[in-house]
Design a protein around this ligand. Structure first.
Ligand SMILES: [Zn+2]
Length: 929
């Protein structure tokens, strides 16, 4: 699992996080749909300069507010299809006279600039000889972006800074926003970093001080002299409010005449569409009319297991929808009237309809005359059974028919999550010839729609419909050493295992990469999987890799992580690309070559993870039967691997609940959509991931993600709408409101790319995250939507699923309140604050016990992922191996017997893990010291 190396934390600044929140954010969340907020007239810029417009020594303010800039010495230059002003870095600048409108407390400044080297302010408003009320600086050829506001003590500079690699293009868009509490920097439409203003929580009462100085563009004063900006500037505009990330992105996307910005799809919400489109009434083949069966289902004789299964699903769902039970006959019998042919029947063969050319578990739907053909590739005999774990193309064709022509949806796992709308008449367009090709060959790892709601024990219609399935016979997921060279071998063969600190050890399951028998065992292990029928077999080292120090191994490379004294993140970014762990690559290459002598057509999936994240310098090409599974999907890593293997797949742990986000939202629908589209564009063939079935908060995300893995071009917001409408019925609108608010908070306060990967704010613990995300306005807003939903929910389904989200919400609210109460009594606790803290912990524990006490039947129907949630809620901060992999039902009696008082939640209890210890671990039954 998890992070390669849970590196050291700079245990900085919990104090900078919010304890006592003000009301600043509330404005941003008033409306349900951001689109309506964005168009509000009075929220436009208060200052807008296009420096290329200079006339008679003046750049007019396009807003009409009169903030015209006087020009001193700069030169107008033609760039692209527009103009810019060039600042020479010696004495060029612009001046906008002071006005109350530019003495802002909340604001945004955004500009298009092409900065040269040098180190001076682009925008500043002077306060005294050495301080500016606000300033913005871009230097080092655009590699450093620095901004600050002055504290109300008139001396503290509350700054924020971003460094980035050299630019790929000259012109960039920069934005600096301040909402009174947080400073944010954006480059090219992406929020890159945020930081609190000074020491929270008092900033709302500590305004930025001003004097009547002008706004200077291109220079600033720092005693005893002026400093000058060198470079070009194409636009500068300012707002008296903090722009939302979506707005900054939209501004960037509009581009500027001096630059060419490729337009990207708009990600804003739309209102819920009223109706689902229906197939046309004419030119169609009728299968069920007025609730009576018209068609017969025909299967081949003999039918494979999965073809028969597909026909049964078809029969069952059509009956649930219409009341009509279609009979199933085999193709030796004559069927009169309309026919639905499932699989490779004689009828299909006669009509020339085959699965030829279909890849993976793609499906084909075709109508010829009175016959509807649903067909795809048969999976191999090895997977034709109730325990078969590879999706079959015939099943895909049937499931697609059920979705597109009968309106069936598998929104959540289990019976209560499936929606089958009543249909008196079922028909398909005629003629018809459609092929449905999923965008990814597989999505493995955890299977939120698998038959147990987590692991894929069996292929279900929900797993196929939502693309959380294997569409090829592949073993994925990386760490294969554990199974291929079991640790029991250590007793007899310590030489198979790594030499660490002078002795051979099986601890951590590290192997000796040059041992000939280890190589043989790996060859045998890979071949064994091919013999079982798999077409793609993974080969990859263990988690938490440590190298063998034997002389033979050490000779092969310069991979020396421990000696480098660097954090893993630092090492991986700066050292590893030049010193890859060649011993592993060489071993794996020789294993693959040996395997291909026996099984030339088998594809080996090479795990590129931690020490093997960056490609080998010694093996430039891996051949046409090797794919690579990238655990790091940063653009530079994808680029480095391009052309080296025959295919790329991703090992993505966006949703891993062991990571600091824990049971909270790991990705919003927009973020997941952006990532999926990006991976698809980069040619990724399959994904292994950890969607840990947190449906209470992430249901719409998991559903939209699944559909996007089928077709990344689908509108993710429309999928969220569809989910809400289908699952919550009359409560759809408030639930949509709930999720919109929830996801916006995450996008704004902790966007996806800052939540993981190398830009992860390592000092953010799980408790800090709850403080950062769930301020009182946010919790109140979510509570209000949920209450409305509870009032409106009319059907058992809608009430059941609203209740499910209520459990997650109560958990979130009560947990946040314990952390707030804990912070509030620091550094000095009083009898009163201690009582408040105890009460908040009690309230949280009541919610915790409510969830832990749900029985298996309740969990099966209404709580997907219940076991994982319960293990996390009772994890005690222990190592994941002690809790995560143990079924909840096994742990439950002991946990309930012990009780939850003083019990931490989550795993690991250290950097890189999700856990909350204090205040949950405080023993309130004994008096304080
Ligand atoms: Zn060795």
């Amino acid at each position: 699992m998890g992070c390669p190396e849970r590196g050291s934390i700079n245990a900085l600044l919990c104090s900078i996080l919010i304890v006592n929140q003000t009301r600043l954010f509330v404005l941003a969340y008033l409306a349900v749909y951001p689109a309506t907020v964005l168009s509000a007239g009075d929220s436009g810029p208060v200052l807008h300069l296009e420096p290329g417009d200079v006339r008679d020594g003046v750049v007019r303010d396009r807003t009409g507010n009169g903030h015209d800039a006087r020009v001193f010495g700069t030169r107008r230059v033609a760039v692209g299809k527009g103009h810019a002003l060039e600042f020479d870095g010696v004495d060029d600048y612009l001046v906008v006279p002071d006005s109350p409108q530019i003495r802002w407390q909340k604001f945004s400044i955004e500009l298009w600039a092409d900065p040269a080297d040098g180190s001076h302010h682009v925008v500043s408003k002077r306060f005294n000889e050495i301080r500016q009320s606000y300033l913005l600086q871009i230097d080092q050829g655009g590699r450093r972006f620095y901004a600050a506001v002055l504290g109300s003590d008139k001396s503290t500079e509350n700054w924020i800074e971003l460094r980035r690699p050299p630019r790929s293009s000259r012109w960039s868009h920069y934005a600096f926003t301040c909402d009174g509490r947080w400073l944010r920097l954006y480059i090219n439409g992406v929020q890159e970093i945020f930081k609190p203003v000074g020491t929270l929580p008092d900033i709302g009462r500590q305004p930025i001080p001003y004097i009547n100085s002008p706004l200077e563009i291109g220079r600033s004063f720092y005693a005893p002299k002026w400093n000058w900006y060198r470079g070009r500037l194409a636009r500068l505009s300012a707002y008296r409010r903090a722009l939302h990330p979506e707005e900054v992105e939209a501004i960037y996307r509009r581009g500027h005449a001096v630059t060419s910005v490729r337009s990207r799809p708009d990600t804003r919400s739309r209102p819920l569409p009223k109706k689902r489109p229906r197939p046309p009434a004419s030119g169609s083949l009728v299968l069920v009319r007025g609730g009576r069966a018209v068609a017969t289902i025909v299967v081949p004789s003999p039918a494979t297991y999965w073809t028969r299964q597909a026909a049964d699903w078809l029969q069952s769902y059509i009956e649930q929808a219409s009341g009509a039970k279609l009979s199933i006959v085999d193709d030796r019998q004559q069927a009169s009237g309309p026919v639905i042919s499932v699989g490779h029947t004689r009828l299909a063969r006669d009509a020339g309809i085959t699965a030829e050319g279909l890849k993976w578990d793609s499906g084909r739907l075709a109508v010829r005359g009175e016959r509807l053909f649903l067909i795809g590739r048969n999976v191999k005999p090895a997977f034709q059974s109730a325990r078969g774990r590879v999706a079959d193309g015939n099943c895909r064709a049937v499931v697609t028919f059920l979705e597109d022509y009968c309106g069936v949806r598998w929104f959540l796992p289990g019976p209560e999550g499936t929606v089958v709308p009543p249909q008196q008449t079922i028909r398909v367009a005629s003629p018809l010839d459609r092929t449905v090709v999923p965008a990814f060959a597989f999505s493995g790892g955890r299977f939120p729609y698998g038959s147990t709601g987590h692991w894929l024990d069996n292929i279900t219609p929900a797993a196929i419909a939502n693309n959380f399935r294997h569409g090829i016979a592949a073993t994925t997921g990386g760490h294969t050493y554990y199974a291929m060279v079991p640790s029991e071998l250590f007793a007899e063969h310590p030489e198979y295992f790594a030499l660490i600190d002078g002795k051979r050890t099986a601890k951590g399951h590290h192997l000796c990469s040059t041992n000939a028998d280890v190589r043989k065992l790996l060859v045998r292990g890979v071949l064994e999987q091919f013999r079982k029928g798999y077409d793609v077999v993974t080969l990859g080292q263990e988690d938490g890799y440590r190298r063998c120090r034997c002389a033979e191994c050490e000779k092969l490379d310069k991979y020396r992580f421990r000696e480098s004294g660097r954090s893993w993140l630092d090492f991986q970014t700066h050292v590893l690309p030049d010193t890859p762990c060649e011993r592993l690559f060489l071993l794996h290459k020789s294993v693959i070559d040996e395997v291909h002598k026996v099984h030339p057509q088998g594809t080996v999936l090479l795990f590129a993870y931690a020490p093997t994240a960056w490609p080998s310098k010694k093996i430039p090409r891996w051949g046409k039967h090797v794919w690579v599974e990238l655990s790091n999907q940063e653009p530079e890593v994808i680029e480095a691997w391009k052309g080296r293997a025959a295919g790329t797949t991703g090992y993505v742990y966006w949703f891993d609940i062991q990571l600091p986000m824990g049971m909270d939202v790991h990705a919003t629908p927009s973020e997941a959509a952006r990532r999926i589209r990006n991976l698809h564009r980069n040619g990724f063939l399959g994904l292994y991931h950890f969607p840990e079935t947190n449906f209470g908060f992430q249901g719409p995300v998991i559903y939209a993600l699944g559909k996007l893995m089928g077709n990344p071009d689908r509108d993710h917001q429309a999928l969220v709408d569809e989910f809400c409408r289908g699952v919550y019925g009359k409560a759809a609108v408030p639930m949509r409101q709930f999720f919109t608010r929830l996801y916006r908070v995450h996008e704004e306060r902790l966007p996806f790319h800052l939540r993981q990967g190398k830009r992860w704010a390592r000092w953010l613990t799980t408790s800090d995250l709850y403080l950062l995300l769930y301020s009182p306005e946010v919790l109140d807003g979510l509570e209000a939507s949920l209450k409305t939903a509870e009032r409106l929910a009319a059907s058992p389904r809608s009430r059941g699923w609203v209740r499910h989200t209520r459990d997650y919400f109560d958990f979130t609210r009560r947990l946040t309140e314990t952390v707030v109460a804990y912070r509030a009594q620091q550094p000095k606790s009083t009898a009163e604050s201690r009582v408040r803290l105890r009460d908040s912990v009690d309230a949280f524990n009541r919610v915790r016990l409510r969830i832990l006490n749900y029985g298996p039947e309740e969990a099966r129907r209404w709580f997907p992922g219940h076991g994982h949630f319960c293990n996390w809620l009772s994890g005690g901060g222990q190592h994941e191996s002690k809790v995560y992999y143990v079924p909840w039902q096994t742990r439950k009696p002991a946990v309930l017997k012990r009780g939850v008082a003083t019990l931490a939640i989550g795993y690991g209890g250290g950097p890189g893990y999700s856990f909350v210890k204090e205040p949950l671990t405080i023993d309130f039954s004994t008096p304080p010291k």
